[in-house]
Each structure stands twice: as structure tokens, then as C-alpha cells.
Design a binder for this molecule. Structure first.
Ligand code: ATP
Length: 439
């Protein structure tokens, strides 16, 4: 992990927030390369969860929701973690994350556990009275439930269907840990999949989404042996769930949650109907009946997914007797897709290389590098995961061909400049046939 954290800082993937002020307790900013990686992770999710399917639609609801939302959802009452303080060293812990009744840091005596609500509170409008209290959303899901009727009324949807969204969520976590694994401000990608209120139907889609989500991680570069699906025990379940599977990843600090897939039943729609006085039912044309659908929810953290992808991509090997760090990211996720290099800084090569860079930039993220030996330039790109390197050499000046180097095999082949966009697009693979449609 230490090596990855260093690489992230050194190469502009992740910076500590407010670095010039000494940082702000486990909050992170994404640098020029990190923002590209993040966009690609979100794109990979959106394509597979929304764009390639015909049964899921997108949404982008506000971070602020009506305060009644959180009463209805149960977050005001139930979204708490048990907090204990050490009487000796004053450190704070989540009571459910420590073993025994002594301070894990110094062995001191702990206070009794008290429940701590994880929602951030703030004020809407200039007057700081209680009427204007609003919360920063702790999950994106509730904005989907409160728009259920809007979506059904405007989109001609038919069960089963899903509504997906990506966006920031906030939790005032008692303890933050492990780089971008757990932070107080993070981004989520969630999808609420509405099905008929029927046990068999629910079970079928629950299994379907656990498998689909598991395979998504593998498809984009997580090693199968670093993933496992773990079903929650009954006493572990959230207040709204009758069944949850965590897709866990083997982090350097051990197995931990990467994504959760939960059966939420009609809990959320029932609650919002109760608190809003709205009907929130669905009319089923086939059976001519009205009911509130049940929900299966896959929920993944963007930052946590980025961490897992980077951890599994990180590799060190030896090339021509020199050690190199290489991030073997799936080309679709790589922050920079192509680096363009003139072999020499003369003979018209830099000008030609800049022209090639500018042409490629209309299609991909591109880096240009003319400083230092070609071997060093390759290694600089290898460590940030750039999958392809295009070199302009003396032959280019004669026949308009370039070499394309592959990050992993390090093989080079000659390609006419006129075919470069097509060849690189094809290798990146976004347009290859999508995963099969549902059962
Ligand atoms: P944990 O048990 O780790 O606190 P959770 O079970 O509360 O997580 P969910 O409510 O299921 O998490 O959230 C769905 C996903 O959102 C998680 O699987 C994770 O990827 C991400 N996530 C949740 N909390 C955080 C956080 N504090 N920082 C980063 N990502 C988070």
C-alpha cells in the first residue's frame, strides 16, 4: 500500500486535501491523472449498468434532499455507529470494530458505547435555525426512491427496471482509514432495480446482480482470487435489508467490503409513501394490479473501486536489467491512453510527433514526451499505466508509419499514421461487444 500511496502522490493521481495547510484528516484530492482514472471507472460502470442495457435508466439527484427524506429512510434514527473513547489516550474507536473492552492503542479503559449519527448537518438559507437544517446525503439511493413516481410517469418503464446514479455522498465516519478506502466525502455508484413483489423474482434478480457485479470487477482488471462474495449473517443486516452480499476484495490490510448488493424489499417506497402521503405504487398492465415493487440494490464506492483497481494493477518487473514499476490497468481505465515520443529531438521528428499528438487528442487522452532517453520515457508512462506508446522515428519521416509499443508485452509494431486512431481504439476495446444481456 505504501508504494502505491507514494506513486499516487509522486505522479499526480491522489493528493492529500489542503496539502499546503498540512492536510485535512483523510480527505483526498484527485490530481490530473487521478481525475482521468476516476472518470474512466465511472464510465465503465455507466456503460455496463446503463448504456449497454435496455432495462436501466440514469438519474442525477441533488445532494440536499428534503429533511423528511432522512426521517422516512430511517437514517436519522438508525444511521449510527457505536462510538467509544479511551479514557487514557483519548483516541476514538468504533465499538464494533475492536475486540475486547480495552483500548486497542494503549490498553486503557474505554467509555461505554454511545450511538453517533453519521450524517453531516448544515443549514439552508441565511438563518441558522432548526427549521432550516439539511443533511448532506449519506447515500445516493434516496434520491432515486423520491423520484420513483417521476420516472414511472415520464419514461414508460415496465418491471423489472433499474434507476442508476453516480455522485458524492458524505458520512461523518468515526474512524477513517487506509488511504481512499474510507473517507468522509466519497463518491458512490448505485442502482435500484425494481422487481415484482415476489420471493422467487427477488431471489432471481438478487443472484443475477451479485454475479453481474462480481464479473464487472473481474472484467475491468480485479484478480478473481482477490474477490469473494460474502453473504451477511442475519444480525449484520441493515435495518432495511432482508439479505445482503458484500463483494469483498483482498486489500493489503485484509478482506474488506468493495461493493454491497442488498435486497431492500419495498421498505424505502413504503416509508416515503407514509411520510409524503403519496401513493408511490406501480400499475401492472399484465395483472391490472397496483403494488410497490421490491428492490435489489448494488452499491459501489468509486474511490474504493479505484483503490482496488490500482492495487491489482501495481506490478514491478525488470526490463533490460532495469527495474520498472508498471500499472497494468485495463486500457479502458488507464488515465492516459497513448504517449507520443519523437525518437530524436531533431530532423523534424518533434514537429511530426506534435502533429500526431494533436490528431490523437481528438479521440484519446494523450501525453507527449521528448525529454530523456526513450527507455526512460517508456518507464515514466509504464508506471502510470499508459497502455500504448507511439514513436516517431527516421522511418516515419519517409513513409508516415510509426511504431506502437504495448505496455505489457513491450512488443512494437509498425502502423501507418492514417490507421492509428482505428488501431488504438480497437486495442482499448470500448467498442468490443458488450457483456450478454440478462438471463
Ligand atoms: P462499511 O461497512 O465499510 O462502513 P457500508 O456497508 O456502510 O460500508 P454501504 O452503505 O453499503 O457501505 O455503501 C456502499 C458502498 O459505498 C460501499 O461498498 C463502499 O464501496 C462505499 N463506501 C461506503 N462508505 C464509504 C466511505 N466512508 N468511504 C469510501 N467509500 C465508502
Amino acid at each position: 500500500m505504501e508504494k502505491l500511496v507514494n506513486l499516487c502522490k509522486r505522479r499526480g493521481i491522489v493528493f492529500p486535501t489542503s496539502d499546503i495547510y498540512g492536510g485535512l484528516g483523510s480527505t483526498f484530492d484527485y490530481g490530473p491523472l487521478g481525475v482521468e482514472l476516476k472518470r474512466n471507472v465511472k464510465e465503465a460502470w455507466w456503460r455496463e449498468m446503463v448504456q449497454y442495457r435496455s432495462d436501466v435508466l440514469g438519474l442525477d439527484s441533488a445532494i440536499f434532499q428534503h429533511p423528511r427524506t432522512w426521517e422516512a429512510s430511517g437514517h436519522l434514527k438508525n444511521f449510527t455507529d457505536p462510538l467509544v473513547d479511551c479514557k487514557n489516550c483519548k483516541q476514538r474507536f468504533r465499538a464494533d470494530r475492536i475486540e475486547g473492552d480495552k483500548c486497542p492503542a494503549c490498553g486503557g479503559e474505554l467509555t461505554p458505547a454511545r450511538n453517533f449519527n453519521l450524517m453531516f448537518k448544515t443549514f439552508m438559507g441565511p438563518v441558522e435555525d432548526t427549521a432550516a437544517v439539511v443533511y448532506l446525503r449519506p447515500e445516493t439511493a434516496q434520491g432515486i426512491f423520491s423520484n420513483f413516481e417521476n420516472v414511472v410517469d415520464t419514461q414508460r418503464v415496465k418491471l423489472p427496471f433499474g434507476v442508476a446514479q453516480q455522485g458524492k455522498s458524505f458520512r461523518n465516519e468515526i474512524t477513517t482509514e487506509n488511504f481512499i478506502f474510507r473517507t468522509r466525502e466519497f463518491e458512490q455508484m448505485e442502482m435500484e432495480f425494481f422487481v415484482r413483489p415476489d420471493r422467487a423474482e427477488e431471489e432471481k434478480w438478487y443472484r443475477y446482480w451479485v454475479d453481474f457485479r462480481f464479473n464487472w470487477h473481474v472484467k475491468f482488471g480485479i484478480k478473481r482470487e482477490h474477490l469473494r462474495a460474502r453473504e451477511h449473517a442475519t444480525d449484520e443486516l441493515s435495518h432495511y435489508s432482508s439479505g445482503t452480499t458484500d463483494i469483498e476484495f483482498l486489500y493489503p490490510f485484509g478482506w474488506g467490503e468493495l461493493e454491497g448488493v442488498a435486497k431492500r424489499g419495498s421498505y424505502d417506497l413504503d416509508q416515503h409513501a407514509k411520510f409524503s402521503g403519496k401513493d408511490l405504487t406501480y400499475f401492472d398492465e399484465d395483472t391490472k394490479t397496483r403494488f410497490r415493487p421490491w428492490v435489489i440494490e448494488p452499491a459501489l464506492g468509486v474511490d474504493r473501486a479505484m483503490l482496488a483497481f490500482m492495487l491489482d494493477a501495481y506490478d514491478e518487473d525488470v526490463v533490460d536489467n532495469e527495474e520498472r514499476i508498471v500499472l497494468r490497468l485495463d486500457p479502458r481505465l488507464a488515465p492516459i491512453k497513448v504517449a507520443v515520443y519523437p525518437l530524436l529531438r531533431k530532423a523534424g521528428q518533434p514537429e511530426k510527433a506534435i502533429a500526431v499528438r494533436d490528431a490523437l487528442k481528438r479521440h484519446f487522452t494523450v501525453a507527449y514526451d521528448q525529454a530523456g532517453s526513450i527507455g526512460r520515457r517508456y518507464r515514466r508512462q509504464d508506471e502510470v499505466g499508459t497502455p500504448y506508446g507511439v514513436t516517431i522515428d527516421h522511418q516515419t519521416m519517409e513513409d508516415d508509419t510509426v511504431t506502437v509499443r504495448d505496455r505489457d508485452s513491450m512488443a512494437q509494431d509498425r502502423v501507418p499514421i492514417a490507421r492509428l486512431v482505428e488501431v488504438i481504439s480497437d486495442r482499448i476495446g470500448w467498442t468490443r461487444p458488450a457483456a450478454a444481456e440478462p438471463v
